[in-house]
Each structure stands twice: as C-alpha cells, then as structure tokens.
Design a protein around this ligand. Structure first.
Ligand SMILES: Cc1ncc(COP(=O)(O)O)c(C=O)c1O
Length: 383
C-alpha cells in the first residue's frame, strides 16, 4: 500500500464524507431556493452543514459562514471586500510567506490598482517580525492579512494578537486558515478575527468547496454577485453535495480534535526524530514551539529534493517539495527564501505532512527506506 504523507497538498476524502454526499447527487437533487419539498429538504441539509462548520471554528452564529468554491475564492473575496468597504484606506499589510492565493492578489492590486502592500518578513524559524508588522499598520491600512499556519513549514502565527493590533489601527483582519482548520482547535468567539478562509479538501472533505467566515457586523462586499444565495453575499446555486460533504468533514474533524488530538503529533515527532537521527546533514525547518502537529519540513544538505522525492515515490512514499503549488517549477520556495535557509539546503527541503489516517507502521516503513535513499544520493552528489 502506498504511504501518503502529502496531506498539506490535499487529503483523502473520508469515506463517511463521500457517503453523506452521494444522496445529494441523486434523490436529493433539489435547488435549495425552490419552495417545494425537493428544495426544503436540501435547504435543511445546507443549514446542518453550516452549523457543523460554525461549531468547528467556534463561530458565534451560523450566518457568519459563507460557502465558497474553496480557499482561493475565500481569500480573494476577503481581500477585495476589505478594500471596497474601508473607504479612503488604500494600504494592506501581509507577509512574505503567504500562499499564492493571497500573494497573487496582492501583486495584482499593487500593479493594477496602485495599492500599497507591506509584506512583512520572517526570521530563520519562519516567525513574523512583529515590530515591522506594528510599524506598517496605520491610518491608511484597510486590511491586515496573515495566514494562521504556513503550508510549507507548519509555523503558526499569533493571529489573536495580530488581529488586535490591526483593529487598534482601525483596519480589518483576515486570516488564511486553510492549513489550520481541522488540525488545531479554533475558537472564533475567543479570537477577534474579522474574516477567515478555510478549504474542504484540506480536512478530508471534497475539493472545490470552502468557507469565508465573516464576523457579524463586518462590512462586506461580494466578489460574486448574482442570486440571493448566502444572504446575497455569494451568488450562484449552491454546490449542495460539496457543502454537505464539508459539513460532514467538519463534524469528523471536530470529533477527532477532541478525542485523539496528540496522535498525529506523536506520529510526526516519531518520523522527524527518526529522520534527523538516521540521516546526517539535515535539519527541521519552522518554529519548533509553534507548529502544526502534522507538518515536518526537513532540509537535506547538498541533495536535490527532486531526486529524494523520485526515489521515495518509487518506494511507494508520497511527500512534497516545498509547497504543492510551487512544485513543477524549479524555483526555490519563497517561504524558505524568506527564512534565509542556506543555499546548500534550499533545494533539498522535503515536506512531510501527516493526517489522522497515517499509522505507526507507515512511519516506521519511511524510517527504513529514507536513510538508504539519502546515503545513496549523497554518495552520488558532489559535495
Ligand atoms: C495556505 C493555503 N491557502 C489557500 C490555499 C488554496 O485553497 P484551495 O485549493 O481550496 O483554493 C491553499 C492550498 O494549497 C493553502 O495551502
């Protein structure tokens, strides 16, 4: 059986999620806006899914949950909405290590609309420069957008205090929480975030579905205008099977977070410790104290990451090189460059990202195979 350690790229849709979705392709095919029974049954399913997401993120109200087509749409909507509603403010504060689903929007706003974007740097462990963040906030800041967890290293950002700092400057605060939701407990009643993005396929739900959380009272301008769906905040007939699937995935994630929270962390630590002990000249990247429990990004010095991945793939082990979205290009990851990872290790960083489906046997199999691969490649590569 192949071993899948690339869960930050995407997760397997849980079989219980698939089972929950199936009726909504066939007998429950109605349009939630219809007044007849076909519609009202579907409407009830949407309501239940909204409640499940609300509970997973600790939102105060289910109406704060807007279904979108995924993390990318949620990020685009949040950023453009903040600019549209914060009249007179034309600056944004973000970080150098965001996902392209934020950074590309920022690049576009800069070139097409003349918006000033402050991209705050990180230290060698991927931690945000808090002084620079504070200095960048001001009376012209419309929005601060900082991810909750970095997709490449798993480093967690202190979003509660970052949100409070942004709001003290009169700005809105958005977090791309695509990698955090379902992996760590989140309680938005305790965390003063205005806008939050999440994505179904990162938490064992289907692809092409996500949520934008908008705290009640936050000014909002839709990205997709059309019908009255989602209280006129996102037009378009709802993707009912995917929404039901995301609701089920949220339910399962909440139960898992409560019962077996440390299991994934234990597996990740077993893997990381084993690799660091058995393969020389390598080190773990990211903030050791504040990191997602499932992510380990290990930099192997003087070896091409592509070669490691290729050999692991032949041995039935799937991991990834930097970010999933950057793979395929030979560019070193913008996150690792921002962390000033030494050139000798930049090309050899491998991201292992686990999920609740991984087992001790799988980790031990990786620990049997990987050191041999590293030895073989090290002999080959000129030092
Ligand atoms: C941090 C982060 N934000 C946003 C996205 C994009 O989400 P989606 O694939 O649902 O559009 C991803 C996906 O890799 C991600 O890791």
């Amino acid at each position: 059986m192949p071993i899948y350690l690339d869960n930050n790229a995407t997760t397997r849709t849980d079989p219980a999620v698939v089972a929950a979705m199936l009726p909504y392709f066939s007998e429950q095919f109605g349009n939630a806006s219809s007044v007849h029974a076909f519609g009202s049954e579907v409407g009830a399913a949407l309501k239940q899914a909204r409640r499940s997401v609300q509970q997973l993120i600790g939102a105060a109200l289910d109406q704060e949950v807007i279904f979108t087509s995924g993390g990318s749409e949620s990020n685009n909507t949040a950023i453009l909405s903040a600019l549209a509603t914060q009249g007179g403010r034309d600056e944004i504060v973000t970080t150098c290590v965001e996902h392209p689903a934020v950074l590309a929007v920022m690049d576009h706003l800069e070139t097409a609309r003349g918006i000033t974007v402050h991209r705050i740097g990180v230290d060698s462990q991927g931690r945000l420069d808090l002084d620079a963040y504070q200095r960048a906030l001001g009376p012209r800041t419309a929005l601060a957008s900082v991810m909750w967890a970095n997709n490449e290293t798993g480093t967690l950002f202190p979003v509660a205090s970052l949100a409070a700092m942004a709001q003290a400057a009169g700005a809105l605060f958005h977090t791309d929480a695509v990698q955090a939701v379902g992996k760590i407990p989140i309680d938005l009643k305790e965390t003063p975030i205005d806008l939050l993005s999440l994505s179904g396929h990162k938490l064992h739900g289907p692809k092409g579905i996500g949520v934008l959380y908008v705290r009640k009272g936050t000014p909002f301008s839709p990205l997709i205008r059309g019908g009255p769906q989602e209280r006129r905040r996102r037009g378009g007939t709802e993707n009912v099977p995917a929404i039901v699937g995301l609701g089920k995935a949220a339910e399962l994630a909440a139960a898992h977070l409560q019962d077996k929270r440390s299991r994934v962390r234990d597996l990740r630590d077993r893997l990381e410790r084993g690799v660091l002990q058995q393969c020389g000249y390598c080190f773990a990247l990211g903030d050791d104290q504040n990191r997602l429990p499932n992510t380990s990004n290990i930099a192997f010095e003087q070896i091409e990451g592509e070669a490691i991945l290729h050999h692991m793939n032949r041995a039935g082990i799937a991991a990834s090189l930097g970010s999933a979205c950057a793979s395929g290009s030979m560019e070193p990851s913008h996150v690792l460059r921002a962390m000033k990872v030494p050139a000798s290790a930049l090309g050899g960083a491998i991201r292992f990202s686990l999920s609740r489906e991984n087992t001790v046997d799988e980790v031990d199999q990786v620990l049997r195979v990987l050191p041999e691969i590293i030895v073989k490649l090290r002999v080959r590569s000129p030092a």
